[in-house]
Design a binder for this molecule. Structure first.
Ligand code: PLP
Length: 402
């Protein structure tokens, strides 16, 4: 008998299961609306031109080698990533009370951050938005919070933010709980709080002494403007919060497999930074020891040169405009086909995703009968729509909901 016979199968990770089904599907009409990755209007993965240019420079740079990076990452990259999120002139940066550490993309930043909060800061309870990127719940549990709870985020009837419930649930959270917030382009709902609502959230969090942990995987994708999308994090700092923020360059630089991320810790007193850094060093050392270099070298080249950075910002704007056009096209086609229900929310939502309101049975039919792959929650990746497939997708949705 094998020692491994005790192992039971784990449930598949829905998104990677969809990718596999999509790859195995031979139908030419197939569309993958599941994975959160940008696509061109030809439905192809997109390597940003500025990344291509910087990659050529890297390959030809005789100074580079494959020595280990420091455990907490490359200092120049960490500084540039921090400045991108907080803004160069942020008071916390000027007062030297920010500690950015390089991580294995956004997921790694969320994981190291949760490990630190649960193990080193002894926080017992973590709150994730309900719904959220499904990995938040799993990471929080694995990190060792005693309780992992959801706070209501979505009103499915009105298809908008359930702000009253959100505020009242946070008002009842045990003091000191960690609250994971999506800084912009909420995954999966495509719906962010307004500035007025963020202020209300900050107020209730302050009154309950809750600890904010921002997840920033889509900076630039909500409004098309890198700085504007960072507003909630900057606002919380202005309001005097200490916080953590998990940053990812997967989406806004198209560096998915390169795992370029950063965990930004904002303290109210710089004297604690050496102790915090020493504990993080141990956490990372015992986990993966040293972060990878290729992706962050590209990010450093882009952010470290004004000309490159401007080109990147304008590409992000273009990507976000294409998404907006696809939202409009899908919603207009559904209305034109007199598809039962209302579809204006597709245009109102922001970022990569639309929370369509389609039910699990609709998703199942789209997958099985129409070769259109999406999540059971009804979330679609709007980036995967193109001028060529949007009509087919609209017709298919129309058929399954009728
Ligand atoms: N956080 C959110 C909300 C996400 O949607 C994602 C990716 O889909 C991530 C974090 C992590 O992405 P990565 O690990 O590729 O940076």
């Amino acid at each position: 008998k094998s020692a491994f016979s005790v192992i039971k199968p784990a449930p598949p990770v829905e998104i990677f299961h969809m990718i596999k089904l999509f790859q195995d599907d031979k139908d030419p009409k197939k569309v993958n609306l599941s994975v959160g990755a940008y696509r061109t209007d030809e439905g192809k993965p997109y390597v940003l031109p500025i990344i291509k240019k910087c990659e050529k420079e890297l390959v030809n740079d005789p100074k580079l080698n494959h020595e280990y990076l420091p455990i907490l990452g490359d200092p120049q990259y960490r500084k540039l990533a921090m400045e991108l999120l907080l803004g160069k002139d942020n008071c916390a940066i000027i007062e030297e009370r920010v500690l950015p550490i390089q991580t294995i993309s956004g997921t790694g930043a969320v994981r190291v951050g949760c490990d630190f909060l649960a193990k080193c800061m002894k926080r017992r309870v973590a709150y994730c938005s309900n719904p959220t990127w499904e990995n938040h719940f799993g990471i929080c549990r694995t990190a060792g919070f005693k309780k992992v709870k959801g706070y209501t985020y979505w009103n499915p009837k009105k298809r908008n933010l359930a702000i009253c419930k959100l505020l009242s649930e946070l008002a009842e959270a045990p003091e000191g709980s960690v609250v994971i917030l999506h800084a912009s382009a909420h995954n999966p709902t495509g719906t962010d709080p307004s500035r007025k609502q963020w202020k209300q959230i900050a107020e209730v969090m302050k009154s309950r002494n809750l600890f904010p942990f921002f997840d920033t995987a889509y900076q630039g994708f909500a409004s098309g403007d890198i700085d504007r999308d960072a507003w909630p994090v900057r606002y919380f700092i202005k309001e005097g919060f200490e916080l953590l923020a998990a940053q990812s360059f997967s989406k806004n630089m198209g560096l998915y497999c390169e795992r370029a991320g950063c965990l930004v810790l904002v303290l109210n007193d710089k004297k604690h930074i050496p102790n915090v850094a020493s504990q993080l060093t141990l956490l990372v050392r015992q986990n993966y020891s040293n972060p990878p270099a290729h992706g962050i070298r590209l990010v450093t080249k882009v952010l470290g040169c004004e000309e490159n950075r401007c080109e990147w910002a304008s590409t992000v704007k273009k990507m976000s405009s294409r998404i907006k056009e696809m939202r409009k096209a899908l919603s207009e086609k559904l209305v034109e086909l007199e598809t039962p229900g209302k579809w204006d929310h597709i245009v109102k939502q922001i970022g990569m995703f639309s929370f369509t309101g389609l039910k699990p049975q609709h998703a199942e039919k789209l997958i099985n009968d129409k070769h259109i792959y999406m999540l059971k929650s009804g979330r679609i990746n709007v980036c995967a729509l193109t001028t060529k497939n949007v009509e087919y997708v609209a017709q298919s949705i129309n058929e399954v909901v009728k």
